[in-house]
Design a binder for this molecule. Structure first.
Ligand SMILES: Cc1ncc(COP(=O)(O)O)c(C=O)c1O
Length: 392
């Protein structure tokens, strides 16, 4: 079956007990045991709940793994995965990384004796050089946030295998709709399902998928021991969002491509970052390991003054952190995701004071582009407030 069909027919679409066309909310923390010598599949909901199980099986199926785990947030998933490691272990990590992951790696794991070296993983030589005798994993985000640098997933997985370490990939930006890291040799896939997978800015959730049975057993033990589980309501919302993933990704990606091209023509836009642009340095690599370029792009306006003008004038995208929703989201990395990073380090990574990141939603692409163009060129005749008042 093709991906779009699998989203709707993966063995978890019908409740096995009632035949309901949507897995019900099994809003229960504990389960009656008719025979205490032979407890049923479910005994206590931290260890397992039928609603969460349906989501976990679905994401495992979609990513091509043997087991999935649903966690309370993307960070809960990432933190649970990091606790596969022990004091004295070392990780090699993409230096272009989500800020929350950077925070755990630099502020929490060192206290537990787990160290990380940050490298430009787009350069495989640097990845290999950073591996030490105690390295246990390579941790990759591709395309990276917010400048969309592309790392060669097959190449990284090959290096990992040569050194008997595992490859972990944060697949939040691409989702299994466009990129399936396990098929390319990775061992563990991570999602902030808060983003495209859920897709409606209404739930915080995280997912893990592995194709290694030993890692699966250890993650299952960690999820239960730490209690980093996703709640029943949020499991249901994540599953509901997932059903339309392909339709949303395809539509938003088509709009992102149009907007990226359009932005290049607007005076005041100094640079556009989108892997779908032929001139993006990662364009060919992205096309070789993913079936789409995704719905996130960034553009540089050259100064914080211009950014502030656009953020105050833009009508359609919400100005917020996060991405991957039905509504477009405009983020200012220098003040949001990368605010905690020292300025020189931030700018060295291309996250300048003029950079904006756009997560393209389902609005009409022409409307979005027109809105951005007017805001960038300062051609607004009325404020967002006046505009909203005029449409209600
Ligand atoms: C790439 C990536 N990974 C992980 C996370 C963390 O996910 P959550 O906010 O669901 O904890 C985010 C959040 O923005 C993200 O963008």
């Amino acid at each position: 079956m093709k991906f779009g069909t699998k989203l709707l027919h993966n063995g978890n679409e019908i409740d096995p007990i009632t035949g309901a066309a949507s897995i019900p909310l099994y809003q229960a923390s504990t389960f009656h045991q008719t025979d205490i010598d032979h407890p049923g599949e479910f005994d206590y909901a931290r260890s397992g709940n039928p609603t969460r199980k349906a989501l976990e099986q679905t994401i495992a199926e979609l990513e091509g793994g043997v087991a999935g785990f649903a966690c309370a947030s993307g960070m809960a998933a990432i933190s649970t995965a990091f606790l596969l490691f022990s004091a004295g272990d070392h990780l090699v990590v993409s230096n272009d990384l989500y800020g929350g992951t950077f925070r755990v790696l630099t502020q929490v794991l060192p206290r537990l004796g787990i160290e990380a070296t940050f490298v430009d993983t787009t350069d495989l030589t640097k990845v290999e050089e950073a591996i030490q005798a105690n390295t246990k994993a390579l941790y990759i985000e591709t395309p990276s946030n917010p400048t969309l640098k592309v790392t060669d997933l097959r190449g990284v997985a090959r290096i990992a295998r040569d050194h008997s370490v595992i490859t972990m990939v944060d697949n939040t930006f691409m989702t299994p709709c466009f990129q399936r890291p396990l098929d390319l040799g990775a061992d563990l896939v991570i999602h902030s399902a808060t983003k495209f997978i859920s897709g409606h800015s209404d739930v915080v959730s995280g997912l893990l998928v592995t194709q290694d049975r030993e890692i699966a057993t250890r993650l299952s033990g960690l999820q239960n021991a730490l209690g980093s589980i996703l709640g029943v309501q949020d499991s249901w919302l994540t599953m509901r969002g997932l059903k339309t993933l392909k339709a949303r990704m395809d539509a938003s990606t088509a709009s992102a491509a149009k907007i990226a091209e359009g932005l290049k023509r607007i005076s005041g836009v100094e640079r556009v970052f989108y892997t779908g642009l032929a001139e993006h340095p990662g364009h060919a690599l992205q096309a070789s390991q993913a079936s789409g370029h995704g719905a996130v792009l960034s553009f540089d306006l050259g100064s914080s003054e211009r950014v502030r003008r656009v953020l105050s004038q833009v009508h359609l995208p919400i100005v917020a952190v996060s991405l991957g929703s039905v509504e477009s989201i405009l983020s200012y990395p220098a003040k949001m995701s990368h605010a905690a990073m020292p300025v020189e380090e931030r700018v060295a990574r291309g996250v300048t004071d003029g950079l904006l990141r756009l997560s393209v939603g389902l609005e009409d692409a022409d409307d979005l582009l027109d809105d951005l163009e007017r805001s960038i060129e300062g051609r607004r005749l009325y404020s967002v407030g006046e505009w909203r008042a005029s449409i209600v």
